[in-house]
Every structure is written in structure tokens, then in C-alpha cells.
Design a protein around this ligand. Structure first.
Ligand code: 6R9
Length: 649
């Protein structure tokens, strides 16, 4: 199919009332947003946010300096922008619990009162501006209140996804020296109980976590939990003691709003630090344009608040825009594979945002579970987390959206705060599998990774960089600005380096080709191969490990691990399960390898570097395409590995 043939026209009915219409208006707005930065973003920030002290400077610093600051002389409070200024009677959150009939509608007034009580409770516990507070929470409205309560008093929240293990939680609490942990007794997903408090207890046993002086526990299930007197308190009891009013802390635009840990190419996760004003503006702005959001509509993002998608597009962006945002606690296949569409029909959802891995999983159940539910309220369907394969795109567009909805394929990262490359409903024709064109304010650059030179014009492929600062860029890695510079800003001086490969086609559309570093994308979850390798070597039998990604038809990527065992270790039947358990203990279930092969050696160069390219090819059963192996120290390992992999798969 030629590139032009792939263009899918904008379904007119979906965008009759669009904020911006037509390619021409898109392009002129985009040009203004990147060329007249001060005028464009100054006006946006004045219009979209309520300021306590208005800013005079729009942008200071540069990518080359690593000192980007937006609206640096302005002051505001993020929670005020997300709650106080919206009509108290409007629905802020529609929460749908694990069971489809467990629904709560929460108004802005109610959310504000709960947030204030929690904010006061945190102050009573001694939490002050700049202190770190860890959240290890299920998908309940209280999780959003906890985030906003931190914002209200200027504390920096660090949400840890509730699927991470005690060890992973410990490392994150330690790295940012959290003072308080906010959690629940248990989480609930498809009737399965997740023992959150027990994980917190285990994590906090560690000497390194003595910084934590209090734990507030939200009662979700009422299940039995251990209690540490003097440290633990029920969240509801702490809240009842407090007034539902809390004077917001006056925050500088650049004061940190939160940390969110994400994986990179070393074993240690990075605490990406986001700012207050720039981040909030970026999430609100992109939420409004990408989903063509209009006040009064119901909007649903079914991600977890433990990931950046949940931060930006369940909580901050939508609430800043005064939207009605859905929080969904359950799974797409519970009680059956029609759950999402049941959700859409019952709450009359206008835009729905999920990940390709969920779409692919649901496709397997056929069209019937979709068609059973009325989807006429839908206008925009969003995709995030990984490249969406054209088959999944078409199913989403044709079956779920009945050809009436815009599909927006949003490329962005924890580090970017919000959408970077995406089509915008009403602006550009769509191409299945292409994230399309840059968001306003974003100047994408393709760079030749070897020569480091810019690749201008169409029909080019290189690594994706961003040429100028945008308001939502993470400002640093907590406690390690040097690593921030080394990872993002030094590889291609003057640019922000995404870590992704990208192709620009004949129409100028951008196609993300995936990570070019040692980062895996498993079911839309970002994992470093080095993290999984260090987890494997915590097992007493494993002395060295190498992890590579392999294609997986639902998860996008699967995890394939090669382990070298200690000399005398026998490969007993329980060895592989216990290696997997070691990974679950160190990181969490989401990082469990799909396959583990034990081997006496790994293909290494003479200087001792593992040749991952070779391991990847073998794991993908493409051993006939190994390429140049002349630098291998000991080629005899190759046939042995091929034989083992063929047996295992
Ligand atoms: C938001 C989020 C970031 C990585 C990113 C890229 C991949 C995300 C994508 C996409 C192709 C898309 N990615 N969205 N690839 N098309 N629409 O997912 O953040 O967890 O930090 O992951 O995900 O590889 O670099 P994060």
C-alpha cells in the first residue's frame, strides 16, 4: 500500500465542534507554537492556569544547559487549579470499582473537601513543603486525593505502581527518602486480592526506610492486616479529625510537583522530577487538544495512576480542565471481555484512552463482546504506551469506533510529561500505526545515530530527538542531575534524546520504531534489561544473566533471559520457577521472564561485552541472520544456545 493510500480521512461527525480544524490551521498554530514560544506559551499559561503571582518570564534556560525553567517568576498551586476553581457541583471523578455495579460519582466540591482533609492530615504528621510522600495505592478516588493533597501543601509525591514488589518499593522510598507512605489494606482486581499493606510492611522493615515515620491506610477491602502502633493510622480516621479547608501552599512554577520512577539502561530506576506549572500546563493543554475535550463530556483513561499516563491523563490534565474523568479499578476482561464497552455505554464516555496491548488482548475475543454495548457516545479513541500495529488500529477504529471516531496514537514518555507526537482530531487524516505529527510546541528531529547529523526531509530514519524545550519536560532525575544530562541532553548536544527510533515518511508523518537502548516495553510497561538481569543474579544459583526482548503477539514484547549457573548447580525442575520468583521478588510480577534458558556461557566479544544482538536473534529464532560474529571470543557457544532455545520455545 502506498503511503497516501494509508491516509484515513477524519470522520466528520466526530469533530464537528473541534477546537482546531484542518491541516492548514494545525500547521499555522504549530509554527507559532515553536517559533513564537514566549507569545504562544505565555498566552496559553495565562488562559489555562490560575496564578497567585503572575509570571513575567515565559522561558529561561536551554536544553544544552540542562536548566530549562518555564514561568520561573510565577507562583500558583496545582491543587487549586485542579479543584477549587471548578463548579463545586460538577462531577469530577466517576469511579467504577472492580464490580460493574460499584460506581461513585464525586463532585469537584467533594474531591476538594477530601483533598483538604488529607492535606491537613499530612501537615499534622509533620509533612512540609518539599518533603516526599510515597503512594502505594489501588485505583480508588483516594489515590487522586492523596496526589492532590501533596500538591496542596507542596509535598512531592512519588507514586509507586501497586504491582511492584516490596524490594522495588523499598528502593524507591529509600532513593527519595519519603517521610510518609499512603497505602490501602488491599487492592482488588477481578476479585483477586492484592495485599498492599503487607508489601509496605515488608518494604519498611529495611533499615534504609527508617525515614518513614507514618503510614496512612485506606480501607478498601477490610481484609486482615498487620498493624504497627505509633506508625500506622487509618486514612479515614486521620481525615475525620481535620477540617475540609486547607490553605494552599504558594508554590513557585518550578517547584517540584512529583517524582515518578522509570526504567533506563542501568539497573537503578530514575526518579524523574516534574515541575508544577509547566507540567500542569502541558497535561491540560495536550488533554484538551488530543482528545478534543469539551467541558461536560465524560472522558476515560483506563491506565493505572502508578504510571505517567495515569498522572497526566487521569488526574492532572483532565482535572485542570474541569473535566469529568473516569477512574477504573478493574480489568478489561472482568467479568467478561465487554467490560470496557459496558463502561463506555453506562457512563456515556466521549473519549476513551487505552494501550495497544489491551486492544490486542480484546481482539482475541472477537467482535461480539464489543457489539453487545452501545458505543454511540464515543468520538475519540486514544492509544498509548507502544507502537500500535495496523491490525489493532483497524480493529479499534472499525469495530470499537464503527468508523465514526478519531483514533489518536499518542507518542510520549514519563520524561516528556505529556503527548509529544500525535494526530489531533479534526486536524490531520490518520495513518494506522503512525503517531503522525508533532504536538504544538514540539520540534521533532531525526538524527543519524552514528554521524550525529540531522536528517532533514522526508523518507528518513534515525533516532528521535526534540529540538527545543516544551513546558512538560522533566527537569531532572532526583538526586542525580549528571545522569539526567548524560541520558537525555548530552548524547545529541542541544537536543533532548528520546531513546526511540523513528522514520519520517513521504507525507512527513512520523513512525516510532521502538527503543534503541536496553529498555523493553512489555504490555506497555517500561522495563530495563539491566534491572531484570540484576534481579536474576540475586538468585543463589545464577552468576550472570542476559535479558533480551522478543516479539509477543499480545504483550508487544516478551522477556527472554539467558542465565549462567554456578558451576555445581544442577538444572532441577524447580530451578526455572525459582529464578522467576527471584525476579518477582526484586521487581514485581510484571517483569517475570516468559522464557529462561540456562547456559554455560554467553556470546561475548574479546573485551568481555555481551553481544546482545546475537542473543536477540537466537531468542527470536532468527539464528540464520546472526550477522557478523567474527568478534566473538568463543563462537562454539552459538550452536549450543540455538539448540537450547529451539528446545525451549
Ligand atoms: C507514556 C508512556 C515511554 C516509551 C517510549 C516509547 C513507547 C509510548 C508510544 C510509544 C510508539 C506510541 N511509546 N507511546 N511507542 N508509539 N504511541 O508510555 O511512557 O512508560 O515512559 O514509556 O514507550 O518507546 O519511549 P513510558
Amino acid at each position: 500500500m502506498s503511503e497516501e493510500d494509508q491516509l484515513t480521512p477524519i470522520p466528520e461527525r466526530a469533530v464537528a465542534n473541534a477546537h482546531i480544524r484542518g491541516m492548514h490551521n494545525y500547521l499555522s498554530t504549530w509554527e507559532k507554537s515553536v517559533d513564537e514560544t514566549d507569545a504562544f506559551w505565555g498566552a496559553e499559561a495565562r488562559a489555562a492556569l490560575d496564578w497567585i503571582v503572575p509570571f513575567r518570564t515565559v522561558l529561561r534556560g536551554s536544553l544544552s544547559g540542562g536548566d530549562v525553567a518555564w514561568f520561573p517568576d510565577g507562583y500558583l498551586n496545582v491543587s487549586v487549579n485542579c479543584l477549587d476553581r471548578h463548579p463545586a457541583s460538577r462531577t469530577a471523578i466517576i469511579w467504577e470499582g472492580d464490580e460493574p455495579n460499584d460506581v461513585k460519582h464525586i463532585t469537584y466540591g467533594e474531591a476538594l473537601a477530601a483533598t483538604c482533609r488529607l492535606a491537613n492530615a499530612l501537615r499534622t504528621l509533620g509533612v512540609r513543603k518539599g518533603d516526599r510522600v510515597c503512594l502505594y495505592m489501588p485505583m480508588v478516588p483516594e489515590a487522586a486525593y492523596c496526589m492532590l493533597a501533596c500538591a496542596r501543601i507542596g509535598a512531592i509525591h512519588s507514586v509507586v505502581f501497586a504491582g511492584f514488589s516490596a524490594e522495588a518499593l523499598r528502593a524507591r522510598v529509600e532513593d527519595s527518602r519519603c517521610k510518609v507512605v499512603l497505602t490501602a489494606d488491599e487492592g482488588l482486581r477481578a476479585k483477586k486480592v492484592i495485599k498492599l499493606k503487607a508489601v509496605v510492611d515488608k518494604a519498611l522493615e529495611a533499615e534504609e526506610c527508617k525515614c518513614v515515620t507514618a503510614v496512612l491506610v485506606y480501607k478498601r477491602t477490610g481484609g486482615a492486616i498487620d498493624w504497627k502502633e505509633g506508625r500506622d493510622q487509618w486514612m479515614s480516621e486521620a481525615m475525620e479529625k481535620e477540617r475540609p479547608f486547607c490553605a494552599p501552599e504558594v508554590m513557585n512554577a518550578e517547584d517540584p510537583l512529583f517524582l515518578l520512577y522509570t526504567s533506563g539502561s542501568t539497573g537503578k530506576p530514575k526518579g524523574m522530577m516534574h515541575s508544577s506549572a509547566g507540567y500542569l500546563l502541558w497535561t491540560a493543554f495536550t488533554h484538551r487538544y488530543t482528545f478534543d475535550y469539551h467541558v461536560g463530556e465524560v472522558y476515560a483513561c483506563v491506565a493505572d495512576i502508578g504510571w505517567i499516563t495515569g498522572h497526566s491523563y487521569i488526574v492532572y490534565g483532565p482535572l485542570c480542565n474541569g473535566a469529568t474523568t473516569v477512574m477504573f479499578e478493574s480489568l478489561p476482561t472482568y467479568p467478561d471481555a465487554g467490560r470496557y464497552w459496558d463502561l463506555v455505554s453506562r457512563h456515556q464516555i466521549a473519549s476513551f484512552y487505552t494501550a495497544p496491548t489491551a486492544i490486542r488482548a480484546l481482539m482475541k475475543y472477537g467482535d461480539a463482546p464489543v457489539k453487545k454495548h452501545d458505543r454511540s457516545s464515543l468520538r475519540v479513541l486514544g492509544s498509548v504506551g507502544e507502537p500500535i500495529n495496523p491490525e489493532a488500529w483497524k480493529w479499534y477504529y472499525e469495530v470499537v469506533g464503527e468508523g465514526r471516531c478519531c483514533v489518536v496514537d499518542t507518542f510520549w514518555q514519563t520524561e516528556t510529561g505529556g503527548h509529544m507526537i500525535t494526530n489531533i482530531p479534526g486536524c490531520q487524516p490518520m495513518k494506522p500505526g503512525s503517531a503522525s505529527l508533532p504536538m504544538f510546541g514540539v520540534r521533532p528531529m531525526l538524527v543519524d545515530p552514528q554521524a550525529g547529523v540531522l536528517l532533514e526531509g522526508n523518507h528518513k530514519e534515525g533516532v528521535l530527538c526534540i529540538g527545543q524545550p516544551w513546558p512538560g519536560i522533566a527537569r531532572t532525575i532526583w538526586g542525580d542531575h549528571a545522569r539526567y544530562l548524560d541520558t537525555y541532553l548530552k548524547p545529541y548536544p542541544g537536543y533532548y534524546f528520546t531513546g526511540d527510533g523513528c522514520r519520517r515518511d513521504g507525507d512527513g508523518y512520523l513512525w516510532i520504531t521502538g527503543r534503541v537502548d536496553d529498555v523493553l516495553n512489555v504490555s506497555g510497561h517500561r522495563l530495563g534489561t539491566a534491572e531484570i538481569e540484576s534481579a536474576l543474579v540475586t538468585h543463589e544459583a545464577c552468576v550472570e544473566a542476559a535479558v533480551v526482548g522478543i516479539p509477543h503477539d499480545v504483550k508487544g514484547q516478551g522477556i527472554f533471559a539467558y542465565c549462567i549457573l554456578k558451576d555445581a548447580t544442577e538444572e532441577t525442575a524447580d530451578l526455572i520457577p525459582s529464578l522467576k520468583a527471584a525476579v518477582r521478588a526484586a521487581i514485581g510480577g510484571l517483569a517475570t521472564p516468559d522464557h529462561i534458558i540456562c547456559t554455560p556461557g554467553l556470546p561475548k566479544t574479546r573485551s568481555g561485552k555481551i553481544m546482545r544482538r546475537v542473543l536477540r536473534k537466537i531468542a527470536c529464532l532468527e539464528a540464520d541472520q546472526l550477522g557478523d560474529t567474527s568478534t566473538l571470543a568463543d563462537p562454539s557457544i552459538i550452536p549450543l544456545l540455538i539448540e537450547k532455545v529451539e528446545k525451549a520455545l
